[in-house]
Design a protein around this ligand. Sequence first.
Ligand SMILES: Cc1cc2nc3c(=O)[nH]c(=O)nc-3n(C[C@H](O)[C@H](O)[C@H](O)COP(=O)(O)OP(=O)(O)OC[C@H]3O[C@@H](n4cnc5c(N)ncnc54)[C@H](O)[C@@H]3O)c2cc1C
Length: 512
Amino acid sequence: MSAPVQPPLPAEAEVIVVGGGTAGAAVAARLVEGGREVLVLEAGPDPGPLGSPAWPADLVDATRLGTSLDWGFDSGDTYPDQVIRFERSRVLGGCSAHNGAVQTWGHRRDYDDWAAYAGPGWGTDELLPYFAAATEQLQVRTYERRELTPWQEAWLGAWTEAGVPLLDDMNGIDETVGVAPESVNIVEGVRFNSAFAYLDPLRDDPRLTIAADALVDRLILAGDRVAGVVAIRDGEPVEVRSPLVVLCGGTFCTPAVLLRSGIGPAADLRALGIEVAVDSPGVGANLHDQPFVLMTWEGSAEIERAMADRAAAGWAPDEQVMAKLASSFDPDCFDLHVLPYSPTHLLDRRSFHAGAGCLLPRSRGAVRLAGRDPEALPLVDHGFYTDPEGHDLAVLTEGVAMMRELAASPALRELLGGERAPGPVGCETAAEIAAYLRSHPDSYWHPVGTAKMGPESDPTAVADHRGAVRGVEGCLVADCALMPVIPRATTAMPAVVIGERIASFILEGVTV
Ligand SMILES: Cc1cc2nc3c(=O)[nH]c(=O)nc-3n(C[C@H](O)[C@H](O)[C@H](O)COP(=O)(O)OP(=O)(O)OC[C@H]3O[C@@H](n4cnc5c(N)ncnc54)[C@H](O)[C@@H]3O)c2cc1C
């Protein structure tokens, strides 16, 4: 089996899905199952169905994050002394093809808040069937205790000895703090990405056309209606006509398509020489991601030997256990993920890690166009640690203290040598930890919010609660860009649920 031969782009399509990624694959599949003819335009390659040798090995191997076929986003000039990479996969399956394959849902409050702000259809009880459907489609399962590597088991044991509740899994939507083995979309060691899960079963269906290596530049507008897209294939622009375009390019690329189409903040568009079709100040704004801090310790001979034995015996993934913990800012729920991380494939076996993510960041940044060229990557500034209250720094500072406290507990201290980062010296007080975090901005890889849904009364709400972009008929957003506020979760499952939800709106006729 090799990568499918790419068909020429058709002149027209009933529905165009821009981006066959995590959410886009779900949108396309559900629309095809509902009887619609769908053209998926994906900027990256389509290496074929599960089992095709055209898939780069690291995108299939679920023991660690994949790095092939990356878009190449980074922090550019944001930080004077460093450049941080913001990985995004440019391939069918999108980020689900290189991510940690961990599936978390968040908390009831997150989605009930979406519904209260944006409108009907997004409350937790309305979304639960879509979570269930996505869980089944992605073949999500929870690790059994006996599958955990010694490093992962040591942290799980330490948390439970410290009184943190042991949960069956991470995804009780009403549960607060606790620790559990992770739930993952890994099938026989393979990262079972959204394309395998949603598109493979439909590859022979004539209603589905997957066109890879097709970068969508912009929408074609006819008055206030969408009439199709211009895509770049082999360096040439090609027009594909369609009355309905669903944007699933992800948090960095969906706003870029809108901006190149003249939908965005008018002054910014004019400065780039782009004719303004819709003055929509929220396009590209509201970018937020969960800041992250990784701690490192030296390992003892015992844990080094145990991990080496496990790696030699077979499958030893980097992460398997996660805790939901509460900082002093949200004591009756949870606002931190803490996870032991054990990259057994790295040459430096002597380093052992755990990381914490601040789940409800208040800092906001933006995605902006670098120019009109569709191949020019948009500029990304997360605005890490810019919230005036200092909330995000304070939460992660508490996260560091929590990890240190656990590392010093009886269950872990025998396994660990000294702290390598952020300590041991000069990083003890809260102020010192905060200074370290500021100088080491890092992301938990979950950018969202750059084409948010919201009420008409909010001029920064790019789309309505059905994902319909305001100011043009026939254009929807269905990916992480649509989230008004990030849920206290990793974002793959919420992305798929957005795809499922928007597809159902379309099929119910709520949208078009
Ligand atoms: C390294 C890493 C690890 C992660 N680990 C986890 C994890 O373990 N668990 C978890 O829940 N989340 C994880 N995440 C986050 C999660 O994977 C993403 O939030 C989610 O997959 C994003 O889904 P999406 O559909 O919004 O975008 P994507 O999956 O990025 O899909 C966008 C798609 O659109 C295509 N595209 C973009 N622009 C265009 C264009 N102009 N024309 C045509 N196609 C275009 C892209 O190539 C891509 O295929 C991780 C992310 C990263 C980067």
